[in-house]
Design a protein around this ligand. Sequence first.
Ligand SMILES: [Zn+2]
Length: 293
Amino acid sequence: MNYIILDLEWDSTFFVKQKRFINQILQIGAVKLDNKFNVIDTFEVTIKSSISKRVTGRFASLTGITNEVMRNGVLFPEAVERYNAWVGEDTVTMTWSNSDLYTIIENEDNLLDGQRFKIEKYLDLQKYIQKEMYLKGYEDKNQVSLSLAAEFLEVKTDDIDFHTAKDDSLVCAYLLKKCYNKERFEPLIKDTSNPEFFKRLKFRSYCISNLKDGNIDKKYLEFKCPKCQGNAKRVSKWKYSNRWFMANFICECGERFNGRVTFKKTYDDLIVRQKICEFKEKKQKQNQQEVTV
Ligand SMILES: [Zn+2]
C-alpha cells in the first residue's frame, strides 16, 4: 500500500457560464509515500484555465503561479489524466483538511466531462494531525494550519515554500512520519466507493430556524436555574433571531433570566448550544402610550 498526499492550489474565478465565482484548480501537487512514509515520488502539474485568462493578484503572489505560468500550463482534463496515471493502484489519498475534496467535486461537476480524480481511499490528514497534537498538549479548537502544525510539532521547514502544492505535500509527509500511530490512523481511512462518503461530504450543515423541526427534542427547550439548579418556567414566547431561539424564564427561587438555544444540523449530529443571558424586560410600546395620552 502506498500513500498519496494531494495538495491543490485554486483561485477564485468568475465562471461566465453560471454567472458566479468558482474555485478553479490551477495546480495539482502530490507526493507518493511508501508504507514507512518515505517520499518515493513527486508530482506537479500546472493547469491552463479554460474559463479565464488571468489569475488574481493574491493567488499569484501566494503561489508563484502568475498569468504567464498559468497560460503555459496544460488543460484540466489532460492534467487530471496525468495525475490519475501517476497515482497508480492500491493507494490511500490524503489532503490537509477536506476542503480540497469540496473543490475537487466542484471542479469535476463544472469543468470536466465525466472525468474524476482517482481517489479510492481517503483520509483527512489535518483532522488526524490535530488529534495527535491534542494528545501532545495542544489546546486551540480552531482548525490548525499546516505551518502552525509544523511549528508545534517541530518539523523543519527552512527549505519549504508554503503554498506551493508540492512543498505543502512534503510538509504533510514530514508531519505524518513524526506522528504516525497505526491504531489511531487506520480507523480514519474512508472508502470513497461507499455512497455515504460523498453524501456526507455534500451535506450542508444548517441552523434550524423552526422549533417544530423534527430534529429538535423538547428537552433542549428546558432550562435549569443558574442559581439553584431548579427547573425554571418559561414566561414568554420563543423568539428567533440570528440563529438563536430565546425566551424569558423565571425560577421558583425568584431568579429571572433569558434562556437561549441554537441548533445546528450536521450530517451525523444535531449540535445544541444553550446559554443564559439577562432577563429581557418588555419594552413599553411607544405608540400605545401615545394613544392613551
Ligand atoms: Zn432558582
